[in-house]
Design a protein around this ligand. Structure first.
Ligand code: ADP
Length: 272
């Protein structure tokens, strides 16, 4: 169902002969379709909160509201503005990563610090989404350091952890582990007891704006760009993003980093 598209041109050639020039423009047309879809998606994603925001502005202008009601409307307006801000920030991050961002570099950061930041964020988000929260565990098998762009590594890890919290129902389990694999590569894995993802969606999760559960994504402040960003960060660092999931059971997302970007710290205070 993906026909090859050819461009055919006829040129005059030596006397009254003609030359037929064919070019395969399949890839070119696909790129153009993707660009158009992307622009349409971005416009739609911006228009939705903007329409809601305009509605509130009109209400504030036209209805006689008391101070409490005004405050409530202003809070709702601020939420919509924040949603647009998150979207624009994610778009800028993605465009930088897809464009000519300089290579991530080799700054060493402690896995412990990255993990601690993820934990703080996850606990805050879990409380914000559900009064009962989740069962969250964070662990590392060995003290180690990873190299690259610390902000990008943190952002990739946070994305996976906050997704697990956002899609897992209250009191569900989210377990985050950093470890060094037998072959020396590093693995940051996030396992959740959430809804799981059907196999046919998995290859598409890292597409920009691809969402399996549209309403859950919106309700919890998703932009549909998170996993696209994670994939780019993983690839820029010479690593990869792995997804395993069973519908109804849960998912496991793993960010794998190459051996060259991981080093174990010497164990201190080891007793004989
Ligand atoms: P979003 O901002 O919508 O979460 P992402 O790119 O981070 O965008 O994720 C894409 C989609 O993948 C989500 O909309 C959601 O449907 C699905 N998804 C991501 N993480 C999980 C998870 N841990 N459990 C179930 N579904 C997930």
């Amino acid at each position: 169902d993906n026909p090859v598209r050819l461009s055919v041109q006829i040129h005059p050639y030596a006397g009254n002969r003609r030359m037929l020039l064919t070019r395969d423009i399949t890839a070119l047309e696909q790129a153009e379709t993707m660009r158009r879809d992307f622009v349409a998606n971005v416009s739609h994603e911006i228009r939705t909160p903007l329409t809601v925001l305009m509605g509130f502005v009109e209400t504030l202008q036209n209805l006689p509201l008391d101070a409490e009601e005004r405050a409530r409307y202003l809070r709702l307006m601020s939420q919509q503005a924040q949603r647009m801000q998150t979207l624009v920030n994610d778009l800028l991050t993605l465009s930088r990563l897809e464009g000519n961002a300089p290579p991530p570099g080799n700054q060493w950061t402690s896995a412990r610090a990255l993990l601690a930041h993820c934990e703080e964020e996850a606990r805050g988000l879990s409380r914000q989404l559900h009064a009962q929260g989740h069962r969250l565990t964070f662990s590392q098998e060995a003290d180690s350091e990873l190299s690259g762009a610390p902000v990008e590594l943190q952002s990739a890890m946070s994305n996976l952890v906050t997704n697990a919290v956002r899609y897992t129902p209250a009191q569900g389990e989210v377990s985050v582990i950093w470890r060094i694999l037998a072959d020396g590569r590093g693995e940051f894995s996030v396992r959740d007891s959430g809804p799981g993802i059907a196999a046919e969606h998995i290859p598409r999760l890292t597409e920009r704006f691809y969402r399996v559960d549209r309403s859950r994504s919106r309700e919890t402040g998703g932009t549909g760009l998170g996993l696209a960003i994670v994939k780019h960060i993983a690839q820029r660092h010479g690593g990869e993003l792995r997804v395993e999931s069973t519908l109804g059971k849960g998912s496991r997302f793993a960010l794998i980093l190459p051996k060259s970007r991981v080093r174990a710290l010497p164990v201190v205070g080891l007793r004989a």
